[in-house]
Design a protein around this ligand. Sequence first.
Ligand code: G3I
Length: 361
Amino acid sequence: MMNIKINATITCTVLLLAFSIGCQGSKDLDVKPVTAEPPAEEVSLQKNLPFKFGAAISAGLMKSRAAYRDVVTKEFNSITTENAMKMSFIHPSADTYNWADADFLVDFATQNGKRLHGHTLNWYKNPPAWVTSFQGDSAAWEALLKTHIQTIVSRYKGRVASWDVVNEAFEDNGTLRNSIWVQKLGEDYIARCFQYAHEADPDALLFYNDYGHEYGPTKRTAILNLVTGLKSRGIPIHGIGMQMHTRVNRPDADLAKAIETAAATGLLVHISELDIAVNPDNDKNMVWTAALASQQALKYKNIVKAYNAIPKAQQFGITTWNVSDADSWIPGQYSRPDWPLPFDANYERKPAYQGILDGVK
Ligand code: G3I
């Protein structure tokens, strides 16, 4: 058996040698190297894309589900904390910080060489009860805001590369939400959030994050005016996060317009919470089909393609909002079946995965 193998090897080597000697005489013979596709197990989003590709991650799923952890480790080079750094989780009462999940995710990112994007220092939604019942004058509210931001940013200084500083400050009609923060601190509290974060970690990249840039000009213009206004005042803002919780029937032109107009600000652009719903009309009986899979793959491809066309220096990256269809917020939020992410409930790659890779070809 061994002899047969050795003989075969020698024969192949002799034949290859004879072939290459033969070719040396004919310089004009165009012998192209065969470039085979790399085997599927060597492909990953983090290896095969020219910008960072990440996901919002749940600390609970990282701890409890091996398949989840494996996909996160292999596929992504950026991690956003899905819930662990929200005020209601990390700062549940005035004098208590709950660091466990956030520390776990920051440690995982540090140990595995992944960028950690913190979400979010300020949000109108779900403030903890101690905040809604807080009594104090405007100086006391200012101190509350500043302490919250600076305690968190300081703890992770040098390990959290970037932050969604303020999240979703606008209504869909382009007016500023009448959040508890606006009520207590006035509309310019947004600028101060950025200043406080910057004071605590001058190297961190600071983002304003919102959804709906792709709906049309109304909300988008309000967001763009805010960020360009902050930038022109010298407020430390470095990027714009476009969540892009979108749907399979959203026109490509709207998605491309959202990306192009964000890039026109000159800021970093993060597609920060991407998912593509296939059941936006809430059909309770919908089933997953090959046709839906290929429509979704095409939509992922077109978004990645539009993103890949903006200047490289502004490409902060693309982040999907969680990993697999089993982990998405959408089915629970809307009480419907849906399949919005690039991995299926068994953590297998869907056609959307290939769509993402095709977007940069
Ligand atoms: O962890 C508790 C659990 O202990 C408890 O038993 C259970 C009972 O409801 O709740 C669990 O917390 C839930 C948490 O998700 C973790 O699953 C909260 O109720 C639930 O409100 C929370 O939903 C999150 C939502 O934001 C609100 O914070 C979603 O996971 C998260 O995906 C979603 O993310 C937002 C972004 O931050 C901003 N942009 C939109 C995006 C989607 O809504």
